[in-house]
Structure formats: structure tokens, C-alpha cells
Ligand binder design. Structure first.
Ligand code: VG1
Ligand code: CO
Length: 543
């Protein structure tokens, strides 16, 4: 075994965003780019000598080669063992599970999630800590600091082993253990939902289409939904992970999962539609003629979680990201449990879950998860929905309508303006922040502003404070508009505008959110000058 110490210089811009470092694949493939960052991660987490690290990714282009490089760097830095998904594949929630189950020091998850893959697409790397969750800000800050002072990295000269065969091999002084990426995840799911009950649901003729979008959940969904739960072959579509996701964005939203949405609103719709994203942590659930907004999904799952055997001991609390609608708050209030509002990104939920303050968490961006792992978990959410449908014996549309009748409906939409110039995005946010104090009392598109602020979060478990997490504007009628810039994009800036309003009256629940929210949308534009500043007449993505 020969360890090579390679001199290098800091590379600019290796700053982890909402969910790790994401860049164009070509950027990650530049000589030394990945090597520098991995060494900086190792320094930032205090070294890996004698440690066990989980390594896996969503199978996108460069996944396998990157893992080879990472294994050689881990070995050269004295890691004792690397646990790697077969062929380099591990969904994000499955990686989180392995870290927890095997009590490892952490894991390296390779993914740019819902971003497109391939040579011209995106690549990403995220470090997860020993609780299985994304590294919190203190650690990502330390990693970023290391990227700025790095002058060498260590790498083994030996070639990395093949990732195809299960079992243990040696790489220098490190054991490389190749595991089945699906097996442990199946065992975990079986402790949470009632497989027999869901099997009976399928036996009774219940129909599902699960769109794996040519991404990582294909093998997991095939094994569980078609294999164990007995859904007919063909229930899981686009099930083979491809390095470029078949040229699509693996993002389960109405634009990128258009075919599934079309099907669910057609006369051929099955009872349920579902999809996940590139790395398997997002989920969308649809019923016949209805798409469940992720914010509603969190609220419905929280209100019904007692049906699932994994949560019989009850719900400790609920957490949602700030831009997620307040539907979950209404459930928390009724169930008399705490509700926590955190900044966007799963890394803020970890402490609350570890402290036993919350059982379920969610984000409006199609993310739901619980204390079973420390990541959002797409397939888990879909299985939980199936379990609840089986327990209640009602359609998804009926379950949601009944939920709205009980709690009222939070009409919700998000408008994304993608690939605008960084300068105009930054200016728009700076001007909004500058105007915060002047907004209350003024009216826009007929809506009066009650309050406005820049969201800051104080973590109740460790007191750490995270500022500037998005501008919130609350109107006198309780409607809300939130503005923030994406922290996962790789080109220019993406402005996200989150819009919502509450409607208690059931006779008004059956309307299109875009119509109901027309005045909030107009007010948001008037406040931020979106069209004028971006030159766009409409958002690129509406969820
Ligand atoms: C987006 C979502 C956020 C999510 C993050 C990672 O971040 O808004 O809710 O946690 O993606 O999801 P941003 O900064 O672009 O708004 V995933 O599935 O890409 O790991
Ligand atoms: Co994802």
C-alpha cells in the first residue's frame, strides 16, 4: 500500500449549500476537485482514522468513479472500514439507516438529488454524521473553512476494488464491505408499517403507479411494492436507475413528473399515484383526480400516524420547514403536541429528532420523514400512505377532503423562477430585506401587510442561531408570502416564492389553489417586483 500526499491549493466556491456541495458534473470531474473536497470533509469532521464510513449514491453519472476516489482517500486517511452499497448505490434514507444501524462515524452520500444528472447535469456530495442526518451548520462551516486552507490531500495509489460483488475486500489498511443496498431498508420498513395489511389492500384490487423516474428508488420499490407487497408487475415504472435519469429531472413535481400527474387526472387513473426523486428522499402522493400538496401530506400523515404500528406510542411533536404551510400546525394544536418551525433543509430536524422532541418532519418541497432515520424518506412516506389507506378503507381524495373538513384547508402553491441572474436574485432579496420595516400597514393588490421579517431560527436543543433564512410577509387576512433563494441550484439563482391562505369553509375547499391565491400572488409580485426584475412573465415551475 502506497499513500501519496498530493500538494494542492484551495479551490474557490466549495461551500456546502442546503444539502451538501452541488456543482455541475464537469466541475466535480476536474482533476483534484473531488479530491480536495473529500479531504476538506475529512479535516472538517476531525479526521477518519479508525472510523467506519458509509459510502453510496444515487447512481448518477460519475457516481462509481467518485466512489473509487473517495475510498482511496478514506483509506489513505486511516479509515478502518467503508460500508458501500453494491455498485455504489444507496438511497439517501437507506444510507441514513445504515449509518444508524451499524453505528458508524458517518457517511458520504453522493447525489444532487432532484437535479438532472449526466455529463451535462449535476453532481453532489454530502456528509452525514453519526445520527444518520446531514451535517449541521457548525460542521458544514468547518468543512468550508478546511476547503479554504487545504494544501494537500492524501490518496492511496492502489486501485479501488470493484463495487459489484457483495462481501469484504481490502484497500490498503481499510476494509471495503459491499452490502445489498435494499435489504436493511426493507427490514426497517417492516417495523413501521403493516406489510400484511398493505398486501391485503393490493389483493383486494387496489391499484398503484409508482414512478421511480429512472432513479434510485426503482430497486427499493420493486423489491417492496411488487416483491413483498404483491402489487402486480408493472406497478413500479421507470424502475431502472440510469446515470442520466433518462435525460429527465428526477423531481416528482407536476412539471417533471408530468406523465404521472396526467394519468392521475385521467379516466384511467389508478387508485394511487406516487413518485420519488433522484436520491429517494422526496415523495409525491396522488389520488384519483387529486395531487396531495406536500404540506397537506405532512399534516395528514401526522394526524393519522397512530394507524401505523411503528408509531403506536404516539406523536411527540411535529416539525416543518418555515415555508411549509401551516396545515401541520393545526394538527399539532389539536393533538396538543409541539410544532417546530425550522429553516429549509433537513439538517435542522436532526437535533429535534435526536432529542425526542418530534416524531415527524416535513417540507413543502415533497419531503417527509420521521424518527426512523435522519433524512426525509420518499418510499417510507408512500408506504405510510398505503398503510393509512388500508387502515381507513377510504380513497386518498376522501381522506384529504375529510382532513380539510376537520382542520380547514391551507391553499398552497410555490412559484419558482429558475436560472435568473445571481445579481438580480441577490438584489431582489436585499431590497426586500431593506424594505421590511416599511411594509407593515401598506397594501399590495388589495392585501394589507400585518408583519414582515427575515426568518431566524434558534435551535431549542443547542441554542445555535441561523439567520437570514427567508423573508416572510404575513397579510392581515392571515395569508402569507415567503421569499428565498434556492441553495441547491448550480446555475445562476432560483427564486422561490411560497404562497398560502387559509380557508375554513368546506364549501370552498374544492377550488384551484392558483385561483384562490391570485391576490396573494399579485401582492407578492407587487412587493418584490418579480416580473420587472427577472424579466419573466411566469414562473418556470409551479408546485
Ligand atoms: C430544496 C428544497 C428543500 C430541500 C432541499 C434538498 O432546497 O427547497 O426543502 O430540503 O432542496 O432536497 P433549496 O435550497 O433549493 O430550496 V433534496 O431532495 O434536493 O436532497
Ligand atoms: Co432528494
Amino acid at each position: 500500500m502506497t499513500v501519496e500526499t498530493v500538494s494542492t491549493a484551495p479551490i474557490e466556491g466549495q461551500k456546502p449549500g442546503t444539502s451538501g456541495l452541488r456543482k455541475k458534473t464537469a466541475v466535480f470531474m476536474q482533476p483534484g476537485y473531488l479530491e480536495n473536497y473529500v479531504q476538506a470533509v475529512i479535516e472538517g469532521v476531525g479526521g477518519v482514522k479508525g472510523r467506519t464510513i458509509v459510502v453510496g449514491g444515487d447512481g448518477r453519472y460519475f457516481n462509481d468513479k467518485a466512489i473509487g476516489i473517495i475510498l482511496r482517500i478514506l483509506a489513505a486517511n486511516g479509515a478502518e472500514r467503508a460500508i458501500v452499497g453494491q455498485n455504489g448505490m444507496l438511497s439517501t434514507p437507506a444510507a441514513s439507516n445504515i449509518i444508524r444501524k451499524r453505528k458508524t462515524f458517518g457517511g458520504i452520500v453522493l447525489s444532487a438529488s432532484h437535479n438532472p444528472g449526466g455529463e451535462d447535469g449535476d453532481f453532489g456530495l454530502k456528509f452525514n454524521i453519526s445520527n444518520g442526518g446531514p451535517a449541521p451548520e457548525a460542521i458544514t462551516d468547518a468543512i468550508f473553512a478546511s476547503t479554504k486552507s487545504l494544501n494537500e490531500y492524501r490518496i492511496l495509489k492502489d486501485a479501488a476494488p470493484s463495487l459489484a460483488a457483495l462481501g469484504e475486500t481490502r484497500l490498503g489498511g481499510m476494509i471495503v464491505e459491499i452490502i445489498d443496498p435494499v435489504a436493511d431498508y426493507v427490514i426497517l420498513m417492516e417495523t413501521i408499517v403493516d406489510f400484511d395489511r398493505i398486501r391485503k389492500l393490493f389483493e383486494s384490487g387496489f391499484t398503484l403507479r409508482f414512478d421511480a423516474m429512472h432513479a434510485i428508488t426503482g430497486p427499493y420499490a420493486k423489491a417492496i411494492i411488487e416483491g413483498i407487497l404483491g402489487a402486480p408487475a408493472g406497478t413500479v415504472v421507470n424502475a431502472t436507475p440510469l446515470p442520466d435519469f433518462g435525460g429527465h429531472h428526477p423531481d416528482p413535481n407536476p412539471v417533471h413528473a408530468a406523465e404521472l400527474f396526467r394519468l392521475m387526472f385521467s379516466s384511467d387513473a389508478p387508485d394511487m399515484g406516487a413518485a420519488s426523486d433522484g436520491d429517494g428522499d422526496r415523495n409525491i402522493v396522488l389520488g384519483r383526480g387529486i395531487s396531495v400538496s406536500p404540506s397537506d401530506s405532512l399534516a395528514v400523515l401526522a394526524a393519522n400516524i397512530h394507524h401505523a404500528k411503528g408509531y403506536r406510542s404516539g406523536l411527540k411533536g411535529i416539525a416543518r420547514s418555515m415555508p411549509t404551510s401551516r396545515a401541520a400546525d393545526r394538527v399539532a394544536e389539536k393533538l396538543k403536541v409541539d410544532l417546530f418551525e425550522t429553516p429549509t433543509g433537513w439538517k435542522f430536524f436532526g437535533n429535534l429528532l435526536d432529542a425526542g422532541r418530534v416524531t415527524i418532519c416535513g417540507e413543502e418541497s415533497a419531503g417527509t420523514g420521521s424518527d426512523h432515520v435522519r433524512e426525509k424518506d420518499g418510499l417510507w412516506a408512500i408506504l405510510l400512505w398505503l398503510d393509512i389507506v388500508a387502515a381507513r378503507g377510504q380513497s386518498i381524495a376522501d381522506i384529504v377532503a375529510e382532513h380539510w373538513r376537520t382542520y380547514g384547508r391551507d391553499f398552497y402553491t410555490r412559484h419558482d423562477y429558475e436560472g435568473i441572474s445571481t445579481a438580480s436574485g441577490d438584489q431582489l432579496m436585499a431590497d426586500l430585506r431593506g424594505a421590511l420595516e416599511t411594509l407593515p400597514g401598506r397594501s399590495f393588490a388589495g392585501l394589507k401587510v400585518a408583519s414582515a421579517d427575515d426568518f431566524a431560527y434558534e435551535d431549542p436543543t443547542d441554542g445555535s442561531v441561523t439567520r437570514h433564512q427567508g423573508v416572510r410577509v404575513l397579510f392581515a387576512n392571515d395569508a402569507r408570502a415567503v421569499f428565498r433563494l434556492s441553495g441547491t441550484g448550480t446555475e445562476g439563482a432560483t427564486l422561490r416564492v411560497y404562497l398560502e391562505t387559509f380557508e375554513p369553509d368546506p364549501s370552498r375547499h374544492d377550488q384551484d389553489p392558483q385561483d384562490v391565491l391570485a391576490d396573494v400572488i399579485a401582492a407578492a409580485d407587487a412587493i418584490a417586483g418579480i416580473r420587472e426584475r427577472t424579466g419573466r412573465t411566469a414562473p418556470d415551475v409551479i408546485t
